[in-house]
Design a protein around this ligand. Structure first.
Ligand code: HEC
Ligand code: HEC
Length: 413
């Protein structure tokens, strides 16, 4: 079994490498004795992506090929999934001209190999502005009832995309007040004329902000991860896919002693799951005891949690419990990236909250009055800690992290 998986990962990786080298004009195989051409390292050739053919038949409905056990996603009526919309969205997601200075795309902060995170504690925008929060994974984002760490009102991916494009504090992509320039860039480009025309043929002007955000949303709605060793064991009946250690780790994770499943439960290891049969699953925002400032158990500004939207003191520090799928590759952890490793995360929960001994942030998160009652702490042996880590690793879906359908269509990315 292990062999089979390695083989699959290898073929996917090789396939990718072949695509990544695309833009050349033939299969000129290189033998071991061929002389190596000196390549100018300063100015490598920049192949341009192939402009697809216009499609006179109109968009084709996108049909999900869902992993076993996965429910039908909930798709907004005004943005049906089409193959052409998804393809356009993939281009836009990785398009650097979506930042004013052409330094960044969505994919800069949401990198596929890191399950669409960026490896930073807190994100950095195209002009160098530091975002106060950590870039969350986009794994299975179609099933999230609410978007971002603290906002209970942001539910549509179409709307979410406007944040990074036009936000001013912090600047991410930097188009505040320059919407026309953004659209002009795309309208001048033959590639986008065809891609938008194919995806939204019934509009007088297909290249609009509305169709842009719809396409990006459609692409993100295809980012489904359900082929990890855990999935193979639980949903696909492959007993050998998970190690015995990982299985014991899962049992502990799922136990009343650790209580993790109350907030990271179900198919997505999250606190809520929205899908076609379950449109209105509410997101319970929770405080997991990272900080304890002042009288009211506050969190460092501006990351005050749900409080920002409700102004109820008990909502200080309440965040959306994120999915734990692909958690092995999405560190650093928490809304502000303040926990470096998964072992430290486990120790955080063992203690039942974080103690910060000195400095501006001094305080005992375990005593935070807003902390969830589920987090009381528990003892773990070294072996149990390792088993929990093995369970986390069993949520890594190599196929998802390498799937060419989710990767950049542009050669140099
Ligand atoms: C500068 C880095 C950066 C860029 C560029 C960026 N994002 Fe993000 N993204 C973030 C951060 C940070 C958050 C968390 C924001 C928060 O909690 O307020 C986030 C949150 C999200 C979420 C919410 C996920 C969830 O489940 O909560 C989605 C979806 C998303 N981004 C998509 C996009 C798209 C689409 C683009 C391009 C239009 C984009 N991002 C550009 C950093 C970035
Ligand atoms: C009461 C709800 C709750 C319980 C119980 C809970 N968590 Fe969490 N978890 C959260 C919240 C909320 C966050 C994000 C907190 C933040 O960033 O401020 C989080 C974050 C995490 C993260 C980091 C995720 C990321 O992408 O940064 C991991 C890993 C994690 N929890 C594992 C666990 C484990 C293991 C347990 C059981 C020992 C557990 N959690 C129990 C609510 C909970």
């Amino acid at each position: 079994m292990q062999l089979g998986r390695t083989f699959l990962a290898l073929t996917v990786a090789l396939g990718l490498a072949a695509c990544g080298g695309g833009g050349g004009d033939g299969d000129t195989a290189m033998g071991p004795t061929d002389p190596v051409d000196p390549v100018d390292p300063v100015d490598p050739p920049q192949p341009t992506p192939v402009v697809p053919e216009p499609n006179p038949d109109g968009p084709t409905a996108y049909v999900y090929d869902l992993p076993p056990g996965f429910p039908e996603p909930l798709i907004p009526d005004d943005n049906p999934m089409t193959v052409e919309g998804v393809e356009l969205g993939r281009h836009l997601f990785y398009e650097r001209r979506l930042s004013l200075n052409e330094e960044q795309s969505c994919g800069s902060c949401h990198q596929q190999a890191l399950a669409f995170t960026d490896g930073l504690a807190t994100a950095e925008g195209s002009t160098g502005d530091i975002h106060p929060r950590n870039s969350p994974s986009l794994t299975n984002v179609v099933y999230n009832p609410t978007l971002t760490w603290m906002n209970p009102l942001l539910v549509f991916l179409e709307e979410q995309a406007l944040g990074p494009l036009f936000g001013e504090d912090p600047v991410e992509l930097g188009f505040s007040g320059k919407e026309d320039e953004l659209l002009e860039r795309l309208r001048r480009d033959a590639l986008y004329q065809v891609l938008f025309g194919n995806a939204y043929p019934d509009q007088g002007e297909p290249i609009t902000l509305d169709s842009m955000t719809k396409a990006i949303a459609s692409f993100q709605r295809t980012m489904i991860s359900g082929n990890s060793p855990f999935d193979k064991f639980v949903y696909q009946g492959d007993d050998d896919a998970m190690s015995e250690e990982a299985k014991r780790g899962f049992l502990a994770f799922d136990s009343e002693g650790l209580e993790c499943n109350h907030c990271h439960g179900g198919l997505n290891f999250a606190s809520s799951l929205t899908h076609a049969g379950n449109p209105n699953d509410p997101t319970p925002f929770e405080n997991n005891g990272l900080y304890n400032l002042g009288e009211n158990g506050e969190y460092p500004r501006p990351n005050v949690g749900l409080f920002e939207f409700t102004e109820r003191v008990r909502d200080y520090g309440r965040m959306k419990p994120p999915t734990l799928r692909n958690i092995e590759v999405t560190g650093p952890y928490m809304h502000d990236g303040s926990i470096e490793t998964l072992e430290e995360v486990i120790r955080h929960y063992e203690r039942g909250g974080r103690l910060i001994g000195g400095g501006d942030l001094a305080g005992d998160g375990k005593q935070n009055p807003n902390k969830s009652d589920f987090l009381t702490g528990f003892p773990l042996s070294n072996t149990q800690r390792l088993e929990l880590l093995e369970f986390f690793k069993s949520l890594t879906d190599d196929e998802f992290l390498n799937d060419p359908r989710f990767s950049s269509p542009f050669p140099e990315e």
